[in-house]
Design a protein around this ligand. Structure first.
Ligand SMILES: Nc1nc2c(ncn2[C@@H]2O[C@H](COP(=O)(O)OP(=O)(O)O)[C@@H](O)[C@H]2O)c(=O)[nH]1
Ligand SMILES: [Mg+2]
Length: 275
C-alpha cells in the first residue's frame, strides 16, 4: 500500500487532472480513504462507473451531492462507452481553466496539453475507461495490473494526454461495512467471508429497502410473507425455488448462496445500489 501510494504521488507530479473512478452502486465504499490528501492541489473529476447496475434514483442523488461539493461528476457505463465523450469534454473545460490561470500573461503562447491520470480501486473499470477514451485497446481489462516497462501517454482529441496505466488505489478494507459492500458488488474477492454469511448479509441489505424486497420477490417467485423469514430461512427458500437440492431434498446452501451473490452483483435481481 505504501508502494502504491508513493507511486501515485510520483506520477501525480506530471498530472493536471485526476479522473477518479468509483463504483456507482457504492460511491463511498469504493473510494480511497486518502484520496483528498493524495490528490491535493489537483483538479478531480468523479466518474460513477457501472451505472448500468446501479439504482437510477440513488445515482441522481450522488451526482447532485458531488456537484454540490464542487466536483464535476459523470455517470458512465464504460462497457458500451456511455458518457465517455462527456469525460473528454469535461477534461477540456477544466484543462482550459487550469491553463488560463497558469498563463495569465497572454503573451506566452503555448499549445496546452492536458495530462490526465485515471485512478481507482481494483475492478471499478479503469482499464475499460482508458480504452474507451483512447478508442483502442491500450490497457488490460479484467486482468491483474501487468508489468509495465514504461508508462506511455496516449494522445486523445488533439490536446489530452492520458497515461495508459491507471493509478491503483486501495479500497477501504479495514472498514467492515465497506468490505461487505465491496464483496457484494464483486469489487473484492467474495472469499473474505463465509459464502452463506455473505449471502445473508446481502439479503439483509435488500430487505431494508422495500423496492429491493419487491425485486427479490419477483426474481425468485416468492410471496410477500416470505419476507418475514429470517435471512437464513429466506436463503433456504430461494434455494428450494431454484431447485438447489442435494440428495434427501435438503437445500444446497453453498450453491444457493453463490447463485444469489452472482445474481446480485451482476444486476440480475435488478438495479441495486448499496449506498
Ligand atoms: N456492468 C459493467 N461492467 C463494467 C463496466 N466497466 C467495466 N466493467 C467490467 O468490470 C470488470 C473490470 O474492469 P477493468 O476495466 O479491468 O477494471 P480495472 O481493474 O479498474 O482496470 C471487467 O469485467 C469489465 O468488463 C460498466 O460500466 N458496467
Ligand atoms: Mg486495470
Amino acid at each position: 500500500m505504501v508502494k502504491a501510494q508513493n507511486e501515485i504521488k510520483d506520477t501525480l507530479k506530471l498530472i493536471d487532472i485526476v479522473v477518479e473512478v468509483l463504483d456507482a452502486r457504492i460511491p463511498v465504499s469504493s473510494s480511497n480513504p486518502n484520496i483528498h490528501e493524495l490528490t491535493k492541489g489537483k483538479q478531480r473529476i468523479i466518474v460513477l462507473n457501472k451505472s448500468d447496475l446501479a439504482d437510477k434514483e440513488n445515482l441522481e442523488v450522488w451526482i447532485k451531492k458531488f456537484e454540490k461539493e464542487g466536483y464535476t461528476c459523470i455517470s458512465t457505463n464504460a462497457n458500451i462507452s456511455e458518457n465517455i465523450s462527456n469525460i473528454i469534454e469535461k477534461i477540456k473545460i477544466i484543462g482550459k481553466k487550469i491553463y488560463n490561470q497558469k498563463y495569465l500573461d497572454k503573451s506566452v503562447k503555448i499549445k496546452p496539453i492536458y495530462r490526465v491520470l485515471i485512478v481507482g480501486i481494483p475492478n471499478v473499470g479503469k482499464s475499460t475507461i482508458i480504452n474507451k477514451i483512447a478508442g483502442k485497446e491500450v490497457a488490460n481489462v479484467g486482468n491483474k495490473p501487468g508489468v509495465t516497462l514504461k508508462k506511455q501517454w496516449i494522445r486523445v482529441a488533439d490536446n489530452i494526454d492520458i497515461l495508459d496505466t491507471p493509478g491503483l488505489l486501495w479500497p477501504r478494507i479495514s472498514d467492515n461495512d465497506a468490505g461487505l459492500k465491496l464483496a457484494l458488488t464483486g469489487n473484492i474477492k467474495q472469499e473474505i467471508l463465509d459464502v452463506e454469511e455473505l449471502a445473508c448479509e446481502g439479503l439483509k441489505m435488500l430487505l431494508n429497502v422495500p423496492k429491493y424486497s419487491s425485486m427479490l420477490i419477483s426474481k425468485y417467485k416468492l410471496d410477500d410473507s416470505s419476507l418475514n423469514l429470517d435471512t437464513y430461512e429466506l436463503l433456504e427458500l430461494i434455494g428450494k425455488k431454484r431447485g438447489c437440492l442435494v440428495s434427501g431434498g435438503k437445500v444446497d446452501m453453498v450453491r444457493t448462496s453463490k447463485i444469489f451473490l452472482d445474481d446480485l452483483k451482476s444486476g440480475k435481481i435488478g438495479n441495486i445500489s448499496l449506498e
